[in-house]
Ligand binder design. Sequence first.
Ligand code: SF4
Length: 374
Amino acid sequence: MTLDTPRRPRILSGMRPTGKLHLGNLVGALQNWVKLQDVYDSFHFVADWHMLTTGYDNTRSLRQDTWEMVADWLACGLDPNKATFFIQSRLPEHAELHLLFSMITPLGWLERVPTYKEQLENIKDHDINTYGFLGYPLLQAADILIYKANAVPVGEDQVPHVELTREVARRFNLIYGQLERIAGARCASGSQKSGAGEPEPSIEQKAEYLNKGLAQLRPIFPEPEALLTSSPRLPGTDGRKMSKSYGNAVFLTDAPAVVSKKLATMVTDPARKRRTDPGNPDVCPVFDLHKIFSSAETLDRVNRECRTAEIGCVDCKKLAAGHLNAFLAPIQERRKPYEQNPRKVWDVLEEGTAKARTVAQATMAEVRAAVRLA
Ligand code: SF4
């Protein structure tokens, strides 16, 4: 396909390279990516610069973490023949667009992003009161817009980031997009159409022409939609949201014995103290795992027998571990060829990065011309 031929709507999504992925990553993002790759022109990237916005002081394992994460992507069914995988930091075009966006983005837009304040309050183990951390949603905007993505698969908490991206695209288009007078309308033409002696209209004037229908704008960037991903609740072994940093995660690469051991220590319905006490699966994190990974028969059985104390938590957890291990087996099988030949993962990334570069460079040529950089 050339750059000019019609393409499927494009999505873009990235992940910080945190190493081996866990069930939360699978259920929260990867399963959705796998479905979307058949519908969208999918671009997925290793967000290593984003990793630096909070983890700038610990980069020792960045390369290995990148490999482990992408090996998990491939093991879960992401297909390099359908989607494009690349490494953000191999494409300086992202940084250039980020820089240009930083020139036009009011500081207040970044300060009001909800995750900014939240993380400033929550991350106490090192200083993230930095320029890079404040600007990371703008880097995300550059990541998305450089591929002219039509949609961004996100969870609820990331919607404000997509909204910021839309605002940045709108502002950039207004400042640098070509404004064309509508036939018969009396107004000055826009930046690209101005005659040599004709003054450039201000941003406010341009907005007024557009609002009054006197001119139309040829935008440089589309305004991407948030493609909301609803994912089921997936608790970790301590009942909190599964997260590597909480130490409560079951990894996609965990051997069956490790999975069984982790589930054996998992918290259950706190009111069920003795084997003879009836339990309530609706408040039990183990039951949440059953809902996602067990068969309908097992789910039905646990739902009934827990409430009557016919089944104990030890046996219930063994059932959960059995189903989970059966679910993970094909994923671990698909990962083996990459483990045996690690180069294969880098090859996929090299190829994807080259493809992404073509798109990013084409966008930046357009952007530089619009900004009138030499
Ligand atoms: S039997 Fe299963 S669902 Fe019921 S409380 Fe125990 S672990 Fe939870």
